[in-house]
Write a protein that binds this ligand. Sequence first.
Ligand SMILES: N[C@@H](CCC(=O)N[C@@H](CS)C(=O)NCC(=O)O)C(=O)O
Length: 210
Amino acid sequence: MQSSKFELYGWDTPNGQKITIALEEAGANYVYKPIAISQGEQHAESYKALSPDGKIPALIHHLAEPVTLFESGAILLYLANLYPALTGESESMRARVMSWTFWQVGQLGPLAGQFGRFQIASPPNQEALKHFEGLVWRCLNVMEQQLSRTSYLAGEQFTVADIASFPWVASQQSYLQRYHITWREKCPALRLWADNIASKPSVIKALEVK
Ligand SMILES: N[C@@H](CCC(=O)N[C@@H](CS)C(=O)NCC(=O)O)C(=O)O
């Protein structure tokens, strides 16, 4: 797979960081094309041909017949299929990786996203803020319980399941970081997991991709 060539359309946000981390961890050959979402570049028709909902990330895998993907979870699972190191060898491990990856894209990501959104609502909406903060804590507690039992979300191997969740919890661009959710103090297993992942060379390199 070393000769595979990928083109990643991303931005410096947790959903973009997921894919740079996965590509770096896989040792994949890729070029990075920033899509400045703060300037609306995601709405260009040329970009929406790749990502119909006008969101980052999107990925092109240059094969004889190029493969195009949007949605970070789909991209992660596609890469996991190409690079078994990102998902584990056993069927049961791969099943857990899928479950945790879907959990991140269906639960943690959208709930943390809404939590962040209501921090800047005008006029302020205390009920929504409290609602989403409660749901974010519920997600954090789910992770804390799992990580009290296993080193990584799907078991004893670092996989795309961890790659999906890590930036939403611990990258500088995470709303949980920005709005001071005290998971570091309250969730020791989660803290250990996040610090371990943050120290990986692939992750350090990926988070520098802008
Ligand atoms: N469900 C999508 C969400 C992607 C997403 O929300 N991307 C954000 C950046 S983190 C984006 O492109 N926002 C720009 C917009 O919505 O206009 C995924 O997991 O890929």
